[in-house]
Design a binder for this molecule. Structure first.
Ligand code: NAD
Length: 271
């Protein structure tokens, strides 16, 4: 159902890889709500081709950018403003990758070249994106930037590995750049801390399927889906949330504030 929440708004959406991606759902719902945007992903992800279907469906253009490359990002923001005909109202950063997670390196035996890659791709890329937007004066007043995070930034989830450190940094960049961009021209910057969700990035984490079931039983509302996350993201791009900035916003069905649930306790009851 559309009520034109993003009518006339223009933006950039990073991170749609396939139709399970959170960014894919954000693009679909933002389009329904009247937004115009450019889609972007790393050149290798674009070569996989699935994103062409999304571009067609949402009537949007694709610009390749490796989010760790300041040059690619500068080109992306320049071209996006040309294509969309002006400054931007919103940016979605939906990017994550850890070579240590992918290659099964234990947290205590990390490969530091890969650790740097994890930080660069999953956290510093947000700083670079914001810095390019800031220097190009690419965001309209009251614009909104959303990045996706996970509760491993605050609590230990052992298999999340070095991505936990990356999410902690991502949330810190959100606060610190959010301050600077707010002062500059009232641009807000927030992270959404999402429930575990079956996507390509999510299912790369060891024991993910079991963990999704655990989180489902722990959350009074159940796990939030990718579509629900997209709806929340769109609300943060809209004018209804203008004074929310520098926050990490839990979107997890209540998981983050539940110590233990009755469903989980029941598993330990002896007959
Ligand atoms: N799936 C979950 O359980 C979950 C939970 C909380 C937060 N998140 C976060 O949501 C975000 C989106 O992930 P997703 O679950 O939709 O999975 P996904 O695999 O669909 O998306 C990850 C995206 O990052 C992109 N990417 C990787 N390296 C890049 C680079 N160098 N430059 C540009 N893009 C690059 C990938 O191409 C892909 O599109 C990530 O930040 C992830 O950590 C996911």
């Amino acid at each position: 159902m559309s009520n034109g929440l993003l009518k006339g708004k223009k933006g950039i959406i990073f991170g749609a890889l396939n139709n399970m991606s959170i960014a894919w759902k954000v693009a679909e719902i933002a389009h329904e709500q009247g937004a115009e945007f450019v889609l972007t992903n790393a050149p290798i992800a674009l070569r996989m081709g699935e994103i062409n279907e999304l571009a067609e469906k949402t009537n949007s253009q694709l610009i390749p950018a490796d989010a760790t490359s300041e040059e690619d990002l500068a080109n992306l923001f320049t071209k996006a403003q040309e294509i969309l005909g002006g400054k931007l109202d919103f940016v979605l950063h939906s990017i994550g990758m850890s070579p240590n997670v992918r290659k099964g390196k234990h947290y205590t035996d990390t490969n530091y070249d890969w650790y740097h890659k994890t930080m660069d791709i999953s956290a510093i890329s947000l700083h670079k994106t914001l810095a390019v937007a800031y220097k190009q004066d690419a965001m309209k007043d009251w614009g909104s930037v959303v990045a996706l995070s996970y509760i491993a930034a605050q609590r230990v989830f052992p298999d999340y590995n070095d991505m936990a450190d990356a999410k902690a940094l991502l949330e810190s960049i959100t606060r610190n750049f959010g301050y600077q961009f707010g002062i500059k021209n009232k641009v807000r910057v927030n992270t959404i801390s999402q429930s575990p969700t079956m996507t390509t990035a999510g299912s790369g984490v060891k024991g993910f399927t079991e963990f999704v079931s655990f989180a489902e039983e722990m959350s009074p509302l159940g796990n939030a889906s990718a579509e629900a996350c997209a709806n929340y993201t769109v609300s943060l791009f809209s004018d209804l949330t203008r004074y929310v900035t520098m926050q990490n916003l839990f979107h997890d069905g209540g998981f983050s504030f539940t110590g233990v649930s009755q469903d989980v306790i029941n598993k330990y009851v002896k007959e």
